[in-house]
Design a protein around this ligand. Structure first.
Ligand code: ADP
Ligand code: MG
Length: 692
């Protein structure tokens, strides 16, 4: 038997079962063997029924008179029966598990474990888990519990896998150089443990295997990238110096270092594949601008991809001011762009040197004459296919240099695994003069005495930057809401001060009442792109004092005169997102504030208290990894692609061992041919470990 054979070759799998398994992606023998138990039940040392005491018990016996009925009141099915051993009998009850009626045969002996308690006037065993005695290891009493897949319950998996017990012995190893044990043993003990220790050993082995695959995939991506050809772009030091000197500020050391890394990469004939990580406000845009200028000087076109129209137009305005005087022809291409065919023609003919755009850039009819550099802002907002689309727009035989930017820092453990040997530059320094953002948790009842007065003060403060002086009356405020529309049916004029009002529109009305002299507007994702742009432009120009918005302002938008943010229903956001949102303020020289508004019903979560304590995105990313696990943090993984079965991305010891072994593995090119199963299996990981 081969591991890649269809599950149907297994004794316990008939056509019906196969259909269900296939539906859940379990197609091959390998898939089934890697469907590992979610946990184990321990049926060690059963007591006799006569000696049972209330509480958790393990008993061993036969079951009869099993029947199922519907409870009258609630929509509940009740399955009842009697368990007997040589010392006595006990009533057993399951709720909403009517399949139990078919699970047992009256001649066979089973273990049961559950709570023995007083319910509905008598003692019974409540919803115990059950396992056939013959299928449980006699010494350890351990029995696996599988996740139910549709109609297939844990016990069905147990039955199927037990029938295949004899195939484990011939399972070949997936990897070379594993120091302890074999895959055959690891998989066997995962399904048929004979001690707690054997489970630990099995999980450790399989976790290692998984990390090895992930790291190998990531490193192979790098090798593949290194085989590609790109247009080398020479570093024109004097021209770049001119640009830097024309800027209204001095670059930070971190910006200089990042730009230097990028210029080195772009000088090579293999494509750059670099990730620029910088906390919100660290100044990634100008680094992108310098790279774009360098590419322009080298005679190639540049595309900058941004996740939203607002952000694209902000980049466009910002970079136009800097680069157009130097002769760069810049265009903006978003869904709202007029005369698209004409613009696309200019891009195709190479008249446009730098195009900044949204998804609109990715359409098939956007062609470049000589695309040499692709910059992706907030790269985790884009899927692999989207990024690839742009990369394919370069001339035949040449790959563009790629600079990906993100403000969502990748925790180091992820960097070592998922993004293996990616080139990374980090902006770990904020521009001079920035004030840290003071963050505080505030409850509903405190709004009137604490929050509103502070907001009033902000509205009265002198504008942060001179250029806003004309239109901005004072400093500006973001108020972030969860919902767009009224949710609870209350109408305008509702003067209750309770903050159960979470919609953008309602909050906007409310704030207009509280601050009659302020110009309050709202923004949300359902507005037309052109409407959104108008509101955002007005806010940026200081024509709006308080902007009530959903999280559409989360990404990248830069209004230095906005110095206070309120995040309503703060508990409903993730840590990374809260940090991103908060980064919309504190972008100028004035002190900035972020209020996390909560109902006050519960103690604030760890997420919020961590946010109050730290302004450091890298630190917060580590915390987030610990609190939530990796899948939810990093955008590229948002589709659940990185569902590691068992490996933990915070197991740094195992990670570094796997990394070392992958290094050794890659030294021998023959391995790539020899380990076919391994090489075939890592394609799925390569999809998510690639930048381009
Ligand atoms: P982010 O990294 O979040 O994309 P931006 O590139 O939008 O940050 O920069 C945030 C703000 O800081 C912008 O207003 C930008 O002009 C300004 N800025 C960037 N670099 C510097 C610097 N070295 N000194 C002062 N201000 C800077
Ligand atoms: Mg940015």
């Amino acid at each position: 038997m081969d591991l890649s054979d269809s599950v149907e070759v297994l004794k316990g799998v008939g056509p019906k079962t196969a259909v269900i398994l296939n539906k859940y992606g379990i197609r091959t023998v390998r898939d089934l063997l890697y469907t590992l138990p979610r946990d184990y039940e321990n049926y060690e040392a059963p007591t006799s029924i006569a000696e049972m005491r209330p509480g958790k018990v393990v008993i061993k016996g036969k079951i009869d008179s099993l029947s199922s009925r519907r409870a009258k009141k609630r929509n509940l099915s009740i399955t009842e029966g009697v368990i007997r051993d040589t010392t006595g009998a006990v009533k057993v009850v399951w709720f909403n598990q009517s399949y139990r009626v078919r699970q047992f045969s009256p001649e066979k002996e089973y273990y049961f474990t559950g709570n023995y308690e007083f319910k509905n006037g008598r003692y019974s065993l409540i919803s115990p888990s059950a396992a056939e005695v013959s299928g449980v290891d006699p010494i350890s009493g351990l029995s696996p519990i599988y996740v139910a897949h549709g109609g297939l319950k844990s016990n069905d998996f147990k039955r199927i896998i037990s029938k295949s017990r004899d195939i484990f012995i011939s399972i070949p190893d997936l990897l070379p150089s594993v120091r302890h044990g074999t895959r055959a043993k690891a998989l066997f003990y995962a399904h048929f443990p004979n001690s707690e220790k054997s489970i630990g050993g099995a999980r450790n082995y399989l976790a290692y295997e998984e990390l090895f695959e992930l790291i190998l995939a990531s490193q192979l991506n790098r090798r593949e990238n290194d085989k590609l050809q790109a247009e080398p772009i020479a570093f024109r030091v004097n021209k770049i110096r001119e640009l830097v000197e024309s800027l209204p500020f001095k670059l930070t050391m971190a910006q200089r270092r990042a730009a230097w890394d990028i210029f080195q990469d772009m000088g090579k004939a293999t494509p750059m594949n670099r990730l620029l990580q910088g906390d919100v406000g660290s100044g990634k845009t100008i680094v992108a601008g310098m790279s774009a200028y360098e590419a322009f000087l080298g005679g190639v076109q540049v595309a900058i991809l941004a996740p939203t129209a607002i952000l694209a137009s902000q980049h466009y305005e910002g970079l136009k001011a800097i680069l157009e005087p130097l002769g760069v022809k810049i265009a903006l291409l978003t869904g709202a762009t007029k005369k698209k065919p004409e613009l696309k023609k200019q891009i195709r003919e190479g008249v446009i040197n730098l195009v900044i755009g949204t998804h609109a850039l990715l359409t098939d009819d956007t062609d470049f004459m000589k695309l040499g550099l692709v910059i992706i802002d907030e790269q985790h907002r884009f899927g692999v296919e989207q990024r690839q689309k742009l990369m394919l727009k370069s001339p035949a035989g040449l790959a563009p240099h790629l600079l990906a930017m993100t403000a969502t820092p990748i925790p180091r453990s992820l960097q070592l695994t998922v993004f293996g040997d990616l080139d990374v530059s980090i902006l770990d320094e904020l521009p001079a003069g920035r004030q840290p953002i003071t963050t505080a948790i505030i409850t509903e009842v405190e709004t009137k005495e604490k929050l509103y007065p502070h907001m009033e003060k902000i509205l009265q403060s002198a504008p942060d930057q001179k250029k806003h002086g004309i239109k901005a009356h004072g400093q500006q405020i973001y108020w972030i809401c969860k919902a767009i529309d009224d949710v609870d049916g209350k109408t305008a004029g509702d003067s209750s001060d309770k903050l159960d009002i979470t919609s953008v529109k309602k909050r906007c009305r409310r704030l207009r009442e509280v601050f009659p002299n302020a110009r309050v507007e709202f923004l949300h994702g359902k507005l037309k792109p052109s409407e959104k742009d108008v509101v955002m432009e007005q806010f940026a120009a200081g024509e709006i004092d308080i902007l009530v918005s959903t999280t559409v302002v989360e990404v990248g938008v830069d209004v230095p005169n906005a110095t206070l943010m309120v995040i309503e229903n703060a508990e409903s956001y993730g840590l990374a997102q809260l940090h991103q949102l908060r980064g919309r303020v504190g972008r100028g020289a004035s002190a900035a504030y972020c209020y996390l508004l909560t109902s006050g019903d519960m103690r604030p979560s760890r997420r919020l208290t961590e946010l109050v304590k730290s302004n450091d995105g890298f630190h917060l990313a580590e915390v987030d990894l610990k609190l939530r696990g990796p899948g939810e943090i990093y955008g590229a993984l948002q589709h659940g692609a990185l569902d590691l079965r068992i490996a933990s991305l915070s197991d740094t010891k195992l990670i570094s061992r796997a990394r070392k072994d992958v290094g050794i593995f890659l030294q021998n090119p023959e391995n790539m041919v020899k380990y076919r199963e391994l090489m075939g299996g890592i394609a799925k990981y390569q999809q998510i470990t690639t930048l381009n």
